[in-house]
Design a protein around this ligand. Structure first.
Ligand code: ADP
Ligand code: MG
Length: 698
């Protein structure tokens, strides 16, 4: 029987109870699923390392040696046990924070052990924390494998003795079936062209590799396959959409656009703004539905671009809605667009969660009758009661806060899906854009308006608060304004709110001569708005806030951004926050405050922020440091299929090759109808089914 149809329950060593666990804990149903459950690491049992060989980049090693001595610090459950381990040449410290008594009873000096572990660094010296030790006798008895696979398990699985070792055994039992040959999922032509391992060998080598080289080759093959099928799926969808979904054609660049351009433009457009407006205009007139991502670093002037695109829609008798992630931002857009439009004959209005019922009713009516040209708002726009007369363009600002499902809702607001322009200030690295947004066209504003001085960024330990305060004082006395931002990852976290309030009090005490605003997510919208306005109009000099001010807020006179507990923010978020300053003609500053003890990750983040203002560089670095799964919005935007081996942060080159290959194939056979391409169709169907299953189950 084919592995795909074989229930794991019947594999040797599994049975009903373990099968249930594999299903609920790991979503493993069939023997094939199990086979695709790859080890997260291998321990090199092919040789013993020497202590002197230990280096930073090692993962797990095995060392043969003896324990010279033990020492115990503290008493009872919290006792810490350390031991000196020697390989006959050098010594290294072993540390246990738990189970000191048990371990000391079990291990003996003068016995030869094999130690497994991952070296770590403490006080500039290597040590092993909670290493595993096995007597050489046991080790020799048990040893069967060169590179030993280790599998992820959960607490529940371990409780049922379904640990890594147990999975290894079950997997080993599956290998004879694998050796009999697996049906290939990539055509021979591609295997040959790229020198890839065949599937049967790949599955053998990914679990039980002969050596490191063959493990690498197995991983290469799997990476390529994952990336290739993702690209094939995305590109196929795009083709399908192009062929089947008609978009509104907006051929006219008329009175509104031209008049605005001639008489109302507040400043000359940058070349980049001109270029992207042209790209968007061509899309809107083409008769296809536009799906475009507009990337532009913070402060690059996306709002103006949005307005001019809306005016094209107006010229063609279509309505536009502009959706922002927060009320503050929606308000601000409403105000700045209103100001820019001046007395032009364009009807623009605002709809948010706090729009009063009566006003709301009028708005709904004006929308339905077509009186309104541009509607700005928050999620409130998505509600079913919001009906447009003729919605032609949807602009979504700061896209990473909107889910796919929400976007889809907007599609249904007219007979044909409106054009969609997604604007983001979080630059998305190329590799990620090619994957997650693979079906979007991309426009980039790669130029800031003239006269901007690059923001200077400094990192201070919070022991240097006096220095920072003195600096703030000087700047504010010179007429500038400052943001002080506190982390509030979860607006509901009480301790965070307390932090913010303490920070506010501290500022009041430190600067009795200045007026201070405070904004956080718990405030009523009206109050939030009032505080923002007070700051924006210069009535207050300091704005103490949470990340609610992260996106879009525009107060050009604010030139200092102090970020408290900067270690608690990710790179993209730090960059976003920093983008709140540097919007006027004056020199701006960003000050990152952290504790003194920093992890190496945090240190790197701070260094990158200090070194560069370039959003693309920052997001590349972010991707490398955090991994793609973690990037905001990635999970909800969703890859069509799961990546198990490939890594978008590091496999960019492979991704491009995979993409080019997919394009080539679809160019030759857009609907994958040729017999030699049947293998792709079959595999895509299978992957889609798996992806669906995942969604339903979890
Ligand atoms: P973002 O791309 O971050 O949304 P905004 O649209 O808020 O940026 O623009 C940032 C600031 O730059 C605003 O004050 C805006 O008025 C100004 N601005 C936009 N375009 C230009 C331009 N071509 N020349 C000068 N200033 C501009
Ligand atoms: Mg903006």
């Amino acid at each position: 029987m084919e592995l795909a149809y074989q229930n794991v329950m019947y594999l040797p060593g599994v049975g009903p109870k373990r099968a249930e666990l594999l299903k609920t804990e790991m979503k493993i149903y069939s023997a094939e699923d199990l086979l695709h459950f790859y080890p997260y690491k291998h321990i090199d049992r092919t040789r013993f390392y020497r202590i002197r060989e230990i280096s930073d980049d090692q993962t797990y090693v095995q060392i043969k040696g003896q324990i010279m001595s033990f020492s115990k610090q503290g008493e009872g459950r919290n006792a810490r046990l350390t031991a000196i381990f020697s390989d006959g040449e050098q010594t290294i410290e072993l540390v246990w924070f738990k189970g000191a008594k048990f371990i000391q009873d079990k291990l003996k000096t003068g016995v030869t052990y094999v130690l497994f572990g991952k070296p770590s660094v403490f006080n500039h010296e290597y040590n092993f924390v909670h290493p595993e030790l096995e007597t050489l006798t046991e080790y020799t008895k048990g040893q069967t494998l060169g590179l030993e696979p280790y599998y992820n398990t959960t607490e529940k699985m371990k409780a049922a003795f379904l640990n890594s070792k147990a999975i290894r055994k079950i997997m080993y039992g599956l290998m004879p079936q694998v050796a009999a040959g697996l049906p290939e999922t990539l055509p021979a032509s591609l295997l040959q062209r790229f020198g890839l391992m065949n599937l049967t060998e790949t599955m053998q080598q990914i679990h039980f590799p002969k050596n490191i080289e063959s493990l690498k080759r197995a991983r290469q093959r799997l990476k390529f396959e994952e990336l290739f099928y993702i690209q094939l799926q995305i590109l196929r969808q795009t083709k399908w959409r192009e062929q089947n979904i008609k978009g509104y054609s907006m051929p006219v660049v008329g009175e509104h656009f031209n008049r605005f351009y001639k008489d109302y433009l507040p400043f000359p457009l940058t070349n980049a703004q001109k270029r992207v407006i042209k790209e968007i205009r061509l899309d809107m007139m083409a008769g296809k539905q536009m799906n475009r991502l507009l990337q532009g670093d913070v402060g690059s002037g996306k709002t103006l671009v949005a307005l001019m695109c809306a005016l094209i829609a107006t010229d063609n008798h279509f309505q536009t809605c502009i959706m922002a992630p927060t009320e503050i931002l929606a308000n601000q857009h409403f105000q700045s667009l209103g100001t820019m439009l001046g007395d032009m004959d364009v009807r623009i209005d605002l709809l948010t969660g706090s729009t009063p019922a009566k006003k709301r009713a009028t708005l709904h009516e004006e929308l339905r009758s077509g009186k309104l040209d541009i509607l700005i708002g928050t999620h409130a726009l998505l509600e079913d009661v919001v009906v447009f007369h003729n919605l032609g363009l949807v602009i979504i600002d700061e896209q990473h806060r909107f889910g796919v499902a929400q976007r889809a809702k907007l599609w249904q607001k007219n007979n044909r899906p409106p054009h969609v322009l997604v604007m983001t200030a979080t630059p998305i690295p190329r590799t990620l854009a090619m994957t997650i947004y693979g079906d979007l066209s991309v426009s980039v504003i790669d130029e800031l308006p003239p006269g901007r001085k690059p923001i200077e960024t400094y990192h201070y330990f919070n022991t240097k608060r006096q220095t920072v305060n003195a600096f703030l004082y000087k700047q504010i006395m010179a007429g500038r304004q400052a943001y002080i931002v506190y982390p509030l990852i979860q607006e509901s976290e009480k301790s965070d709110l307390a932090n913010l309030e303490a920070g506010y009090e501290y500022m009041r005490e430190t600067f009795p001569q200045f007026k201070i605003s405070m904004v956080h997510g718990k405030l009523k919208p009206v109050e939030k708005e009032l505080q923002m306005q007070r700051f924006a109009t210069g009535q207050t000099q300091i704005m103490v806030a949470t990340t609610v001010i992260e996106v879009g807020v525009n107060v050009p006179n604010a030139t200092i951004m102090v970020i408290e507990n900067a270690e608690r923010f990710g790179l993209s978020q730090l960059h976003q926050l920093r983008g709140r300053v540097g919007r006027g003609a004056e020199q701006s500053f960003c000050i990152l405050l952290t504790g003194v003890k920093l992890s190496s990750d945090t240190r790197q983040r701070m260094d990158i922020m200090v070194r560069t203002n370039n959003g693309f560089e920052i997001s590349e670095a972010d991707l490398k440091l955090r991994g793609p799964g973690d990037l905001e919005g990635t999970a909800q935007s969703g890859l069509p299929f799961e990546l198990k081996v490939a890594n978008l942060a590091t496999d960019g080159r492979m991704l491009e090759i995979a993409r080019r290959t997919a394009i080539e194939i679809l160019d030759n056979d857009p609907n994958l109808e040729k017999p030699e391409n049947e293998i792709f169709v079959r595999q895509l169907e299978k992957l889609k089914k798996q992806a669906v299953n995942w969604g339903v189950i979890s």
